[in-house]
Ligand binder design. Structure first.
Ligand code: PMP
Ligand code: GLU
Length: 390
């Protein structure tokens, strides 16, 4: 199978290996909160361990966790799922992969607005499906127009897939677009929608809108979420999905054959995360906001770069076209990949090129790092970009 390596993880690996060689690399490549998991969540895990929750759990997840997820959806998103409409998996990445494998058959089409999270495309390809990208523009905050969906959707379209807030752009899809998608999907009964809402708690303006809460989308949408980002729990590997019963059942069957279910201790920790205070998540969000503003201001001071503050997640995704076809010493910058490698080796700052996100002139910079690191990284990026010559 021709499978590309995950570009986010590959770049993080490169940064790690330079660090191991003694280089002072600042890693802004991986989308991972730099905070530790909140204390009460860790305490719940310790308690679970001491109570002997060391066995297989039901495939779909511990009953108490599925209940906590239902309550969360009702309380925070105005979505009334039943417990059997929930499947807990080993990270949201696995939730999305289960969904794509269950829904997409050879030759089926999946509409994915660009820039997209790197793994979507590869997962669709793994299932034998055809990714159908929809192009968006930085100048329009990467929001697609409904006419673009209308022109790509057809009877072979099985899925529409996006994240809101988005990785890599931080874009939040407006309610008006979701309403139009709801109307459009009425004419395509075989087409479902995956709404990846893993950055829900990292939202800087307004209240998060769950796609499934709009119009008639509840029966057509599978909502994916997880613990990694909002609760600083990337290593615990807990994600979940909620949606139409037959889809959840198909994914549960698949999970029963591949992992038997998610880690028991991490599931118990997730119950505490969902049922108890969101205060630590809010504090992390406020820290991300301060960092976002800092990074956006620094970038906007650079010649040829203009970005609006992203509404959510912890990435900026500037268009770097201005710096293409430039040179410095032996470096020739002809695409965003060259630029990312140049910044890594010359400025010792790791970022991710735009191409694997389906937007070749972009560059993803994660600001999930301390202010000191960000200050140092932005100084280095600024100096490195200044020395590029046309
Ligand atoms: N969706 C998006 C948009 C992401 O950025 C990530 C980050 N890894 C995931 C899903 C998967 O998250 P996880 O598997 O850690 O739950
Ligand atoms: N989602 C994060 C990122 O985009 C983590 C890495 C990954 O799973 O690809 O960087």
């Amino acid at each position: 199978m021709r499978l590309s390596e995950s570009a986010t993880i590959a770049m993080a690996q490169k940064a790690r290996s330079l660090k191991n060689d003694g280089k002072d690399v600042i890693a802004l490549s991986l989308g991972e909160p730099d905070f530790d998991t909140p204390k009460h969540i860790k305490e719940a895990a310790k308690k679970a361990l001491d109570s002997g929750f060391t066995k297989y759990t039901p495939i779909a997840g511990v009953a108490e966790l599925r209940e906590a997820i239902c309550q969360k959806f009702l309380r925070e998103n105005n979505l009334a799922y039943q417990n059997d409409q929930i499947l807990v998996s080993t990270g949201a990445k696995q939730s999305i992969n289960h969904l794509i494998l269950s829904i997409v058959n050879e030759g089926d089409e999946v509409i994915i607005p660009t820039p997209y999270w790197v793994s979507y495309i590869e997962m669709v390809r793994m299932a034998g499906g055809r990714p159908i990208p929809i192009e968006t523009e930085a100048t329009n905050d990467f929001i697609p127009d409904i006419s673009q969906f209308q022109s790509k959707i057809n009877d072979k379209t099985k899925l529409i897939l996006f994240s809101t807030p988005s990785n890599p752009t931080g874009t939040v899809y407006p309610k008006s677009l979701l309403e139009k998608l709801s109307a459009l999907l009425q004419d395509y009964p075989n087409c479902f929608l995956i709404s990846d809402e893993i950055y829900e708690h990292i939202l800087y303006e307004g209240k998060h809108i769950s796609t499934a809460s709009i119009g008639n989308l509840f029966d057509k949408t599978i909502t994916v979420n997880g613990m990694s980002k909002g609760f600083a729990m990337t290593g615990w590997r807990i994600g979940y999905m909620a949606g139409p019963l037959e889809i959840i059942q198909a994914c549960t069957k698949l999970q029963g054959q591949v992992t038997s279910g998610a880690n028991a201790i991490a599931q118990h920790a997730s119950i505490a995360a969902l049922n108890e205070s969101l205060e630590p998540s809010k504090e992390m969000k406020n820290a991300f906001l301060q960092r976002r503003d800092y990074v956006v201001n620094r970038l906007n001071r650079l010649e040829g770069i203009q970005i609006n503050p992203p509404k959510g997640a912890f990435y900026v995704f500037p268009d770097i076209a201005y710096y293409l076809h430039t040179k410095y010493k032996h470096w020739k910058i002809d695409n965003s990949n060259d630029l990312a490698m140049y910044l890594l080796e010359e400025a010792l700052v790791s970022t991710v090129a735009g191409s694997p996100f389906g937007y070749p002139n972009g560059l993803r910079i994660s600001y999930a790092a301390s202010m000191q690191e960000l200050e140092k990284a932005m100084d280095r990026i600024e100096a490195a970009l200044r020395q590029l010559n046309k």
